[in-house]
Write a protein of this length. Structure first.
Lengths: 322, 322
């Protein structure tokens, strides 16, 4: 570790950092709270006067407590797109800047959203279990799936990811509509002004929105009732966009048709009730996890840190003025 | 069973027939070889003089032996698109006409082809097993997948299904090329004149061709070597398009990267060696199995039979003149 390199704090290694630590360590002196025998709080206080930048992700939230321990902090670099794990209000108050990785994950997340929708509606991982369990020669006909073509798919949040999901589904002959903070006049897709209207006009919902105070538990039992007994929910956003306890109730009672989930309210813990359901596909928050994306994200992380330490413009600053 | 309805033979119920038997039985007198105490051969001989039409699929092949038992046969109605289970040469010689279900399954099969590609490259059913097995909280980082965007995907057979796969992959940012009996000048995709050239320019192959003498075991160890160690094979065509024994060797030795299979050489038996591999997804020949498709296919089957028995033009005759 070269003490002349600029210091960057890592409280717990984000996945992108864990995979590409070497290329980041080549350029920065990494202060590893997770490698220290000190409790995190003590480690932060011991480095309080010097730490200007921190790398984080959902598994190492930057809370008000963490920020209080770091009075010299000027930059929070997230290895993710969403920044719901950062106390943005406190950062704003203190003038701490925040970067994410911009749009680098959008295509990969959109691919997995579509993969989950195909999987749930066409029973792909269920079919794989059926064959591997030796059931095909015994039970001749595997249960029929549901056709995607012609189905009404509602996208929640037509940002970078949602737009890419829409293009993919359109190519598959789905009828795409969406809800979003604002109507996007540049798209041909039908806009519904709220989630209830979208759900009642959809056969499936795909959640692609940021987690904010407005979207927390947006998918509640009313929305699921509007979606209906055959309705499918795909979540590649954040777990807490759904009221998870209600989702489980609805799935267990058959009040919705199925779900494909990449994210959960209390990761890495996934409610065990889901494991008994064969109309559910559960992923370990891996929709952005490709070799190519992690490399690209690392470049953005390094680029933002280099820009900061050389007083240049940040590459992917997150707006924090509202 | 109304004896005044036209007679139609079913040797073994195709999946489409099994699900929609009632709507077919309403219009035809079904002779069920599979419900008879007689051995099939004896049942056929007992009805030899009267049977003019038979319904079949891959699980009830119309072989030369079957045709020999049915001297009055004039029409073979397949509930599938592919007709590799019918002795077409013998039908041609005897002037027996053959119908399939035309294009009704293409969109659904294309969806599953894309679903399998996403699944293998992004490790979806593997991720589902990882989470359900309780491994996420223990092993923090699930292995990274491979990005689809920018990958070179080679489509084998750019017919109805292949064209629909191409449109879907194009929307995902893949670079699509193909091989086919003839170059299709109406598409923007790159044509390679043979499978070896296609494989050596592809990161994944998607098999969408008919099974014929020309395509049987077309995917041999030379093709897999050309595809390479990271290459992925998706098969929604027929099992015998791949040399299955060679495929298993290549997968076990790591000479190709993974496979997504809906079809096998000896269905419903799937080689058990595949079950030990986590870079493989195995489906029970279900790529065409949706409620919507089965309904549509039933209408085509009934339509062809009605046309035949009223001397009208068949709806979806299969050309049998080459």
């Amino acid at each position: 570790m070269d003490p002349h390199l600029p210091q960057v704090l890592v409280i717990r290694p984000p996945p992108v950092f864990a995979v590409h630590e070497q290329s980041i360590s080549n350029k920065f002196q990494i202060l590893k709270a997770y490698d220290s025998p000190l409790p995190t709080h003590d480690f932060l206080q011991a480095n309080a006067q010097s730490v200007k930048a921190v790398i984080c992700s959902g598994n190492s939230p930057i809370t008000a407590d963490v920020l209080r321990d770091l009075p010299a902090l000027q930059l929070v670099v997230s290895t993710t797109t969403g920044v719901n794990h950062i106390d943005m209000a406190e950062c704003r108050r203190r003038g701490i800047r925040v970067t994410n990785v911009g749009d680098v994950f959008s295509d990969d997340v959109a691919d997995v959203a579509v993969g989950l929708l195909i999987d749930v509606m066409r029973r792909i991982s269920g079919g794989d279990k059926f064959v591997r369990g030796g059931r095909w020669p015994v039970t001749e006909q595997y249960p029929l799936g549901s056709k995607l073509g012609g189905k009404r798919i509602g996208i929640v949040g037509l940002g970078h990811i949602g737009s890419k999901v829409a293009i993919r589904l359109d190519a598959m002959g789905c009828i795409v509509s969406y809800t979003s903070r604002q109507q996007k006049h540049s798209t041909p897709f039908t806009f519904y002004p709220n989630i209830l209207q979208l759900a009642s006009h959809s056969d499936a919902l795909i959640l692609c929105c940021a987690l904010t105070n407005d979207t927390r538990h947006m998918i509640n039992n009313k929305v699921m009732a509007a979606l209906g007994k055959k309705g499918v929910i795909i979540n590649v956003a954040r777990g807490a966009v759904i009221d998870e306890a209600e989702l489980i109730k609805c799935l267990v009672k058959g009040e919705i048709g199925g779900a494909g989930l990449d994210v959960y309210e209390n990761e890495p813990n996934v409610p065990k009730e889901l494991f008994r359901l064969d109309n559910v596909v559960v992923l370990p928050h891996s929709s952005a996890c490709t070799n190519e994306c992690f490399q690209e994200a690392t470049q953005v992380v390094v680029g933002n840190l280099e820009a900061f330490f050389t007083n240049k413009s940040l590459i992917t600053p997150v707006r924090n003025d509202f």
